[in-house]
Write a protein of this length. Structure first.
Lengths: 448, 250
């Protein structure tokens, strides 16, 4: 079986062309909205209702059928929500590994070739059926990073999401270089950088950053020189902390924040770095009151609720992601017309202590300010949303040379200065927290 | 109104840049699409031997096939092993099988266990010591329980995993990365790795061989490859009783 790119017609673009698919990326808003309405109402909804056990069960319970949804107003008013708990519940009740989402018989060959899985950060991994291969819409982002045909593109990843990124890199005419998402891989990364001069990377993270800090001095490598060939590097898994931003700036890396779009796609910054673009020809993203169903105003915090426009294998429709975002539909200075989001955290991450709302980003910088905890590796202990005391588990650098001294007091004071709330701090080594993985992030909030 | 179809750039000459072991070193290694396709073609009969039925010709819509279950291959590997693991994905597709993926790391071993439990694969390839240690030490899992749910074969990639699974009552197979290709035992636990002499030649480096003829195994490509292998030190020791078979040193 050859890659799908070999069967398709090809187009050699001018290397200085800004957009990979200009007619999509700068599509007028009225065209975006018309496409969404036609695709969602005319295709995805009837398809999913007929075939998806979870969608059918949820809609039947709400006494809604596709015939009741004739407009986007109907959609917003009538279509019920689903979420991760509903998928897991369906999975367990029906002994269905796909959680009632699968719309194609598993025995159907051709369109259904693989079963990938979610990261498992918030619980056990959920199997995700897939077509398995072929470039994704991320070709648009990879082109924006500055990678061009004939270049090498460093893929720093894991395997459970499948080979889509290999094919996407090849879709822009570049060669993927395969590197594990593991700090121990940094020496190999340095060697690749020196010999092949890659121009883009997907993905950098706190774990890789720590690997660079650890290995560069020991190997006599200057990170700025090693990474000099890179035009663009995505940062994924969690927000870029202030210290990570400062270090990567020193190394000359232009980071592009990359985040999930409610399990139906992804969103990535452009060179304006003014929010993460998501592609409205592939997904519909609503921003709703986190504790209700009303839409929030453009640019104000809301819960991201997503519906696919392209996935007919296991479509999500009105999926409450638990992600808190700011969203805007205003055109970007880059000329792209699709929506943008800024990730704020997860709804389930919020802790209210002494009447004050606290999210991981609120304590991040305070922890990074203390030398031994400057890696910014920590967890908020959240047995329930409202707590009497802010409990933090904070990772420290264990150099084996000295004791902890007054570290606990200094971390406590730093967080108290930043929040006005005195935390209860438990110190553990960075390594013991990183083991909680997955490789590109740690669970920032935990029940115990 | 439809969104225009995306037209991609012509694919690069090098399908991907991975790495292989050469002697005691790990070196970058480029392969082409043709290389990947040929490796996949060589794996098809291997997967059949391991228990993946060839269902590519099955008409799933024909009467009587409503309850058909497609075979499933679980590939346990790291991204750095893509040159070796990706051909398994293609070979599974050739046989009409599904595949799924998990990292062959200590941390991600929970995923292998979860996917085996959910998906009941016929074959699991790529179990190594890190996965075994992760399952037993990090997650307290019983190896017999986890891998006992595999209906066909479990294939290990190092001796630590082979020994642990054998001790747990599983009859695992061995496979090894040999340069840019992957070789398998001809039977579980036989110690005899097989390869296709029309694709590869293996010889013992006489300069490093002991009195019994066991020595470093050198690999040369017979079929065309983007990056040629010429008496490449595989990092393995053994001897070659006949073309197509390697007996690994114990």
């Amino acid at each position: 079986m050859s890659d799908v790119t070999e069967r398709a017609p090809f187009l050699e673009r001018p290397r200085d062309q800004r957009y990979f698919v200009p007619e999509i990326e700068t599509m007028p808003r009225e065209q975006i909205e018309r496409h969404r309405e036609e695709t969602l109402l005319g295709d995805l909804i009837p398809w999913a209702y007929e075939r998806s056990g979870l969608i059918r069960e949820t809609w039947d319970a709400a006494k809604v059928t596709p015939a009741d949804v004739q407009s986007m107003d109907d959609f917003h008013e009538k279509v019920p929500f689903i979420d991760k708990d509903a998928i897991r519940s369906y999975r367990d009740r029906h002994n269905d590994p796909y959680g009632g989402l699968l719309c194609i018989e598993p025995r159907t060959r051709g369109v259904f070739s693989a079963i990938f899985s979610t990261s498992g950060t918030t619980g056990d991994p959920t199997p995700a059926p897939s077509a398995g291969s072929g470039p994704s819409f991320l070709v648009r982002e990879f082109w924006e990073f500055g990678c061009r045909p004939g270049d090498y593109f460093t893929e720093v990843l894991f395997t459970f999401r499948g080979p889509g990124i290999h094919d996407t890199i090849r879709g822009i005419g570049a060669t993927p270089v395969f590197v594990d998402h593991n700090p121990a891989e940094v020496p190999f990364l340095f060697a690749i950088n020196e010999k092949y001069r890659p121009t883009a990377m997907y993905n950098f993270s706190l774990a890789i950053l720590m690997g660079v800090q650890q290995h560069a001095p020991a190997m006599g490598v200057d990170p700025e020189k090693s990474f000099a060939s890179y035009e663009g590097v995505s940062w994924a898994g969690e927000p870029i902390g202030p210290r990570a931003r400062r270090l990567t700036d020193e190394w000359g890396l232009e980071l592009f924040q990359h985040t999930a779009l409610g399990d139906v796609g992804a969103a990535t910054e452009c060179r304006e770095h003014d929010g993460c673009h998501y592609w409205e020809d592939t997904a519909y993203a609503e921003s709703l009151d986190p504790s209700g169903t009303d839409p929030v105003a453009d640019g104000t915090p809301g819960e991201l609720v997503t519906s696919t426009l392209v996935d007919k294998i296991a479509p999500l429709i009105r999926y409450r992601s638990d992600d808190l975002v700011r969203r805007t539909l205003a055109p970007c200075a880059c000329g792209r017309t699709h929506g943008r989001i800024w990730t704020l955290g997860r709804k389930g991450d919020e802790v209210v202590v002494e009447g004050r709302s606290v999210l991981p980003m609120d304590v991040w910088h305070a922890i990074e300010l203390v030398d031994e905890t400057s890696s910014g590796i920590f967890q908020i202990i959240r047995p329930q949303r409202e707590v009497d005391v802010l409990q933090l588990r904070v990772g420290y650098r264990d150099d084996g040379k000295k004791g902890l001294g007054d570290l606990r007091e200094r971390v406590t004071a730093s967080v108290a200065d930043a929040l006005g709330v005195v935390p209860d701090v438990e110190l553990v080594t960075n390594e013991s927290l990183l083991k909680l993985g997955p490789p590109h992030k740690i669970p920032r909030v935990t029940r115990a | 109104m439809t969104v225009p179809q995306t037209i991609y750039e012509p694919p690069p000459v090098a399908w991907g840049l991975g790495r292989i072991r050469v002697g005691d070193d790990v070196v970058p290694w480029a392969v082409s699409q043709a290389d990947v396709d040929d490796e996949a073609a060589a794996l098809v009969p291997v997967l059949v031997r391991l228990g993946i039925d060839d269902t590519s010709g099955v008409d799933s819509s024909a009467p009587g096939n409503e309850d058909e279950v497609r075979p499933l291959l679980l590939i346990v590997s790291m991204l750095s092993e893509t040159l070796h693991s990706y051909p398994f994905e293609t070979a599974a597709g050739t046989l009409g099988a599904l595949y799924s993926s998990a990292d062959s790391s200590r941390f991600d071993s929970f995923r292998s266990a979860a996917l085996i439990g959910y998906l009941h694969p016929q074959v699991v390839w790529g179990v190594n010591s890190a996965v075994v240690e992760g399952l037993t030490e990090e997650f307290g899992r019983d190896l017999a329980e986890v891998f006992g749910a595999v209906t066909g074969s479990v294939v290990t990639t190092d001796e630590g995993a082979f020994a642990a699974l054998t001790a747990a009552g599983i009859r695992p197979w061995r496979s090894r990365a040999v340069g840019p290709t992957t070789m398998f035992e001809d039977a579980p636990g036989s110690g005899r790795l097989t390869y296709d002499p029309a694709r590869w030649a293996v010889e013992v480096d006489a300069a490093g061989a002991d009195a019994s003829g066991v020595g470093p195994l050198l690999l040369t490509n017979v079929a065309a490859r983007l990056t040629p292998s010429t008496r490449l030190d595989s990092g393995l020791r053994g001897h070659v009783p006949e073309p197509g078979t390697i007996l690994l040193a114990r």
